[in-house]
Design a binder for this molecule. Structure first.
Ligand SMILES: [Zn+2]
Length: 192
């Protein structure tokens, strides 16, 4: 504990940097209306990297970057999830006829953009949150538009639902003993 108060130069330098970072982080989280919320580790790490790289960028620029990152993660997740749905069901999940994913940025509604996928929505640049929202939306589309359940547990012959297994977004089945079983990860990774 004593080392905490050690008058060594690098420590003071680091403390000053940290305090600037947390002030800046505070301001940015207020700007995106997330102040006081529990944010995923991934988002906080990204903010750290951004700060190291670009310094104290102003609020509007941060809101733009937050939105861009959320949108690009959603595009990547949508591609992965729809292609897996198409392979499994043999039904189209993308195309000009279907416009069930929507990228909205309306200053009247909030400082950052929102992605809507059927009745599911996400506005946080966190790969797991984005993937979960997209998977739920695509599942809803397949079930309502094509009238087929997707995905299905081969063992219990029933529809799966989105769940978290530790930090990973998975398809889970409610069949079997206990509270069901994890069938598989939804996607290996979502790229920003
Ligand atoms: Zn099952």
């Amino acid at each position: 504990m004593d080392s905490h108060f050690s008058p060594v130069f690098p420590f003071h330098w680091k403390a000053a940097t940290m305090s600037n970072f947390s002030d800046w982080q505070d301001r940015m989280l207020r700007a995106v209306w997330r102040h006081g919320e529990h944010l995923p580790e991934e988002v906080l790490t990204w903010m750290h990297e951004l700060y190291d790289e670009r310094g104290e960028i102003p609020e509007p620029e941060f809101c733009d970057l937050w939105t861009d990152r959320t949108f690009s993660m959603a595009r990547s997740a949508f591609e992965t999830v729809t292609s897996s749905a198409e392979q499994a069901t043999g039904k189209p999940a993308t195309g000009d006829d279907f416009s069930y994913i929507d990228y909205t940025r309306d200053p009247a509604l909030g400082p950052v953009g929102v992605v809507h996928i059927k009745s599911s929505e996400v506005s946080t640049p966190d790969p797991a949150e984005v993937l979960a929202a997209v998977a739920e939306g695509v599942q809803e589309f397949i079930m309502t538009h094509h009238q087929v359940p997707w995905p299905v547990c081969d063992e219990h012959d029933r529809g799966l639902h989105v769940a978290y297994f530790h930090e990973t977004v998975v398809w889970k089945c409610t069949g079997g003993p206990g509270d069901g079983h994890v069938v598989r990860a939804i996607a290996p990774a979502v790229q920003p």
